[in-house]
Design a protein around this ligand. Structure first.
Ligand code: C2E
Ligand code: CA
Ligand code: CA
Length: 458
């Protein structure tokens, strides 16, 4: 099977696992609440029975949304709804009593860990707010008998069973969350432990994704890292790069990428069909801000004898963590030897735009999220048009990332983009496939050189 297909499959598998977990959790909550609604109704506790319908409905809605793949929506709706429900239930029904203590507030701990887990998966102010609010609510309800003036406490006979059931369920859920947290944290460290050996054993590989100009001609490529793991198959950089970053391994990994890219450029130099191509590599902030980075690049470039103007370094705005002065100085050193810089994922960071004029940036890469939004709404379109205009006004080469359709390409080209990258033009592929793609595209325009070019390229 093709490596790119395997990568898609492992991402697919992960998504299916998360979807299944959300569906199961929603269903468990819906069934548990329905059970209580029935118990309360059987005891003619109509207020309590109606209250339990609230989490039942939320669970069902969560299940339907998870099935439809709307995972972010499930999270926000479920967390908000449960926070409101637990608070209301503690204030109105589950008040503290001598014979049976309040237990509903225990679910705040589950909610807090859930919020934190989701925040670790994808940074989010909302998830951190839910975590903080749940912890505060837990402390408040555990420390005093807060209740509403007209509260209708659950009858003691039901409470005595409920205390055990709810305490058991909330503890089980908490345990499940802790196991999920552990998986999330243990995996990266296992990944990080295996990485140095993976580099030594040649398991890392660069894939190449074409970058095209206004005429659809391939003018270069972005090198994207892949790990061919002996057991897990092709591992996506989204999984192992954050782990390498946390373990402080990015300088080693990045060093390998730099060497591999220079090796490729050295090989292309001798081939007429490929010698004009530029090659962009991603450089992480920790790698760029490390002492000796500029010297390492200079040494590697001269070691492989490549033309430095063909090497492009992609940085994100996060690099500015190293301080704008230091970053600009390092960029200028490399700029003077001919290396150029692209600002990656442009528009997704939070930095002020004023830094743009102070850094020797050659290219702006408009993030995929904006490209997708451009054809979805007039606001999205206006935003992208303005980004392109600003980039052009500042004399940058503007490249749009993640172009997947002809409509997106047309819009971006008419809006003034200079270059394009995305599945519409080609997915990241191993070097042989990429070279074949370049050569065969050239041959369409110059068929008479067909045999000569193929011989020269391979
Ligand atoms: P990135 O630098 O933003 O790279 C673009 C990502 O978008 C790549 O994912 C690419 O496969 C994907 N992509 C390209 N065109 C399309 C499209 O049309 N549609 C969609 N849906 N996706 C598209 P990939 O290869 O999984 O890389 C993910 C990220 O990992 C990269 O994002 C980059 O931040 C990081 N990365 C990859 N290689 C390296 C590396 O050598 N060093 C460092 N520091 N980071 C790397
Ligand atoms: Ca990139
Ligand atoms: Ca990008």
């Amino acid at each position: 099977m093709k490596p790119s297909k395997q990568l898609e499959m492992s991402a697919d598998k992960r998504l299916r696992r998360v979807t299944f977990a959300y569906q199961t959790a929603s269903l468990v909550v819906a069934l548990f609440s329905l059970f209580w609604a029935v118990v309360f109704a059987a005891n003619r506790q109509w207020g309590l029975a109606i209250a339990e319908l609230f989490p039942t409905i939320t669970g069902v809605v969560g299940f339907v949304l998870a099935r439809a793949g709307r995972l972010d929506a499930v999270l926000v709706i479920a967390e908000l709804a449960f926070f409101i429900f637990i608070t209301g239930f503690c204030l109105w029904f589950d008040t503290n009593m001598a014979d049976a203590p309040r237990v509903t507030h225990l679910f705040f701990l589950t909610l807090a860990v859930m919020g934190y887990l989701n925040h670790m998966r994808r940074r989010s102010v909302f998830q951190m707010a839910i975590t903080g609010a749940s912890l505060i609510a837990f402390v408040v309800f555990a420390s005093c008998n807060l209740q509403l003036p007209g509260a209708q406490p659950i009858p003691v006979s039901i409470r005595q069973i409920g205390v055990w059931l709810n305490a058991s369920l909330s503890t089980a859920l908490l345990w499940g969350m802790i196991c999920a947290l552990q998986r999330e944290f243990v995996n990266p460290s296992a990944v990080a432990r295996e990485l140095p050996a993976a580099i030594r054993n040649g398991q890392l590989q660069l894939f190449y994704q074409p970058q095209t100009d206004l005429n659809g001609v391939i003018v270069g490529a972005e090198a994207l890292l892949r790990w061919n793991h002996p057991k897990r198959g092709w591992v996506s950089p989204d999984i192992f790069i954050p782990a390498a970053e946390t373990a402080g391994l990015m300088p080693t990994v990045g060093g390998w990428v730099l060497k591999a890219a220079c090796e490729t450029l050295a090989a292309w130099k001798a081939q007429p069909a490929l010698c004009d191509l530029t090659l962009a590599i991603n450089v992480s902030p920790s790698q760029f801000n490390r002492d000796g980075f500029a010297e390492l690049v200079q040494e590697t470039v001269s070691l492989y004898g490549i033309d430095p103007t063909k090497l492009k370094l992609e940085l994100t705005e996060n690099v500015l963590i190293g301080g704008i002065e230091a970053v600009a100085e390092r960029m200028n050193i490399l700029r003077t030897i001919g290396i150029s810089f692209a600002l990656d994922d442009f528009g997704t960071g939070y930095s002020s735009l004023s830094y743009l004029r102070r850094l020797p940036v050659y290219q702006l890469k408009i993030d995929r999220s904006f490209v997708q939004g451009a054809v979805e709404s007039p606001q999205g379109a206006a935003l992208v048009r303005n980004i392109i205009r600003m980039g052009r006004d500042l004399d940058f080469i503007v490249l749009a990332e993640g172009v997947e359709t002809a409509a997106q390409h047309l819009f971006l080209r008419d809006g003034g983009c200079h270059q394009f990258q995305g599945y519409y033009f080609g997915r990241p592929v191993p070097i042989g496939t990429f070279q074949l793609q370049v050569v065969s595209a050239e041959l369409v325009t110059t068929p008479h050189t067909l045999q000569a070019r193929i011989t020269a390229a391979f």
